[in-house]
Write a protein that binds this ligand. Structure first.
Ligand code: PRP
Length: 181
């Protein structure tokens, strides 16, 4: 175990109650936008797993989900700027309403890579859902269609987000102080 702080010592940025309310609003919006249609949620492992599972249970549509695994960060804090595909989806994306589900948009490089990849698969539609958006960090020209919270440039953990694989299970989104990274 390293010297990173105990979860209880971290400052909360977005509470579990605000997350629950906002996820319900996003799900209601998705339910309205795709009324009468089905959607495929594609979660980007690992960070989006918790957001996807909460979102999926609130969407009142014929919904399936799948997962893709890419990495841009390795184990540390800074993006390497390079996106690698580790695991692809298990089903055809052709003529489907795809919603890529991310925990966070940072530089946008990951979602830009995934948008291009999925647009080449002839979906009926393609949209992006992200719980958090660090808009001030964006270098790639991409935006989310369903965004939970625009947040400042802090290193955040919890609700799926990690630091060296820790803290993903925290129910709130918390700030890891710069001295601890
Ligand atoms: C994080 C996050 C996004 C990506 C966002 O993934 O889940 O996929 O970085 O950063 P970007 O906008 O700068 O590309 P990470 O590679 O840390 O993997 P993880 O989800 O397994 O933690």
């Amino acid at each position: 175990m390293n010297s990173a702080p105990h979860a209880a010592e971290l400052k909360v940025l977005v509470t579990r109650d605000h997350i629950r309310e906002r996820v319900a609003e996003l799900a209601a919006q998705i339910t309205r936008d795709y009324a009468g249609q089905s959607v495929v949620l594609v979660g980007v492992l690992k960070g989006a797993a918790i957001f996807l599972s909460d979102l999926a249970r609130q969407i009142q549509l014929d919904t399936t989900f799948d997962f893709i695994s890419v990495s841009s960060y390795g184990g540390g804090k800074q993006s390497s700027g390079e996106v690698r595909l580790y695991k692809d989806v298990d089903q055809s994306m052709s003529d489907k309403n795809i919603i890529l589900v991310e925990d966070i948009l940072d530089t946008g490089l990951t979602i830009q890579f995934l948008r291009r990849l999925f647009l080449n698969r002839a979906p009926r539609s393609l949209k992006i859902a992200a719980l958090l958006d660090k808009k001030c960090r964006r270098t790639a020209p991409v935006d989310g269609d369903y965004v939970g919270f625009v947040i400042p440039d802090e290193f955040v953990v919890g609700y799926g987000l990690d630091y060296n694989e820790r803290y993903r299970n925290l129910p709130d989104v918390c700030i890891l102080p710069p001295g601890q990274i």
